[in-house]
Design a protein around this ligand. Structure first.
Ligand code: GDP
Ligand code: ZN
Length: 363
């Protein structure tokens, strides 16, 4: 389908030729595309070109799903079978361009997708006494791992004396490796227009950062405070009515904000790729160590310890690099064990079905 035929309603939600391509086979079966705006107890609010529908997972999808990470998440594009009475069925989840995930607390090995197809991750910190460069490093690692482009937002500029600001910004830029750093205030709206380029129509952003740094205030500021106060309220003639909380918001300027409860308590869940990018400097030093497997402890010819001695690398940075590496190694071991058991389960189920139902397997 030529680009010009993409319905404007879908384009506004971020639909593009690449998703169109992935959707083709579903379209041929009469399904329609939609973007997941919220999830509530196994039911999904899905936005389509024709408006919003509530949808449930097709039984087949539910049963064939091996892990929680394959279930639809807010931001996912799905193939819907429209149903009677406004209830639709989700038949498939289209391949994700990016995803922000975390481990599931009680298993520590299963992945949960907190937001899908996010274009930009705004890593929010505040320019008060809470500014923590180590924390920004961790969030950067998570951001790189997701596939989305990160940008750093330092909020509460109004609380920070101008002469202190440039010092703090320089400190952050030292760990940011070219990731843009924006200084803003959700209260005075200073610097907010610098975020405009991330919020073009159909582009999805996520705000990540510790509690209290001002994420809600920033979203408010972007929406316009009046609108946020009333955004979940509609007047349907039967008086004010509060609808279910939406986790995919469309800003007045056309940008999309994904804000799910899970994103607010993000934990580390990633392989080492993101880690390497966020710690480029340490990795480059380590590559110059005399021994390939240098532990940067007492080995001779250690470039990392030399850098600490000369002051070009801080001991704290090496510490956080090590802490992340340990955490990732631990996750990796558990994830492997988990994958092995999932694989076993899949084969057991498959074998059982074959025994029970020899004919249907031959189709
Ligand atoms: P969240 O937990 O990240 O969503 O943070 P909130 O948006 O709830 O903000 C936490 C507190 O910081 C609230 O009291 C806000 O009023 C305040 N706050 C947020 N942004 C700013 C800012 O730019 N300047 C100042 N002075 N206070 C802010
Ligand atoms: Zn070394």
């Amino acid at each position: 389908m030529p680009v010009s035929q993409i319905p404007a309603e879908l384009e506004a939600l971020g639909w593009d030729p690449e998703f169109e391509e992935h959707f083709r086979e579903h379209g041929e079966q009469g399904l329609v595309p939609g973007r997941v705006a919220a999830e509530h107890r196994g039911a999904y609010a899905v936005r389509t070109a024709a408006g919003e529908a509530w949808a449930e997972l097709a039984g087949k999808l539910r049963h064939e799903t091996m892990g929680r990470g394959e279930l639809p998440a807010v931001g996912d594009w799905v193939a819907l079978q429209p149903g009677s009475g406004g209830k639709a069925t989700i038949k498939a989840v289209l391949p994700r361009r990016t995803k922000i995930s975390r481990k599931v607390a009680w298993t520590e090995t299963e992945e949960q997708v907190l937001a899908a197809n996010v274009d930009t991750i705004l890593l929010v910190s505040s320019l008060d006494h809470d500014l923590n460069v180590r924390r920004i490093e961790r969030y950067l690692a998570t951001a790189w791992e997701s596939g989305a482009q990160p940008a750093i937002v330092l909020n509460k500029a109004d609380l920070c004396p101008v002469e202190q600001r440039s010092l703090l910004v320089a400190e952050v830029e030292a760990v940011a490796f070219g990731v843009p750093v924006h200084t803003v205030s959700a209260v005075t709206a200073e610097g907010i227009d610098e975020l405009g380029p991330y919020l073009r129509a159909g582009r999805a952003v996520v705000l990540l950062g510790s509690s209290g740094v001002g994420k809600s205030s920033l979203i408010n500021c972007l929406i316009g405070s009046e609108q946020l106060a009333t955004r979940e309220i509609r007047d349907d003639g039967r008086g004010r009515h509060t609808t279910t909380h939406r986790e995919l918001l469309v800003l007045p300027g056309g940008g999309l904000v994904i804000d799910t409860p899970g994103l607010r308590e993000l934990q580390l869940w990633e392989s080492s790729d993101g880690l390497t990018e966020a710690f480029e400097d340490v990795a480059a030093l380590a590559a110059a160590c005399r021994f390939n497997d240098c532990g940067h402890e007492t080995e001779p010819g250690c470039a990392v310890r030399e850098a600490i001695r000369s002051g070009s690398l801080t001991a704290e940075r090496l510490d956080s690099y090590r802490k992340l590496q340990r955490e990732l190694a631990r996750l990796e071991r558990r994830r492997d064990a988990r994958l092995v058991s999932l694989e076993r389960k899949k084969w057991r189920t498959f074998a059982k079905q074959q025994r029970r139902n020899p004919k249907t397997r031959r189709r």
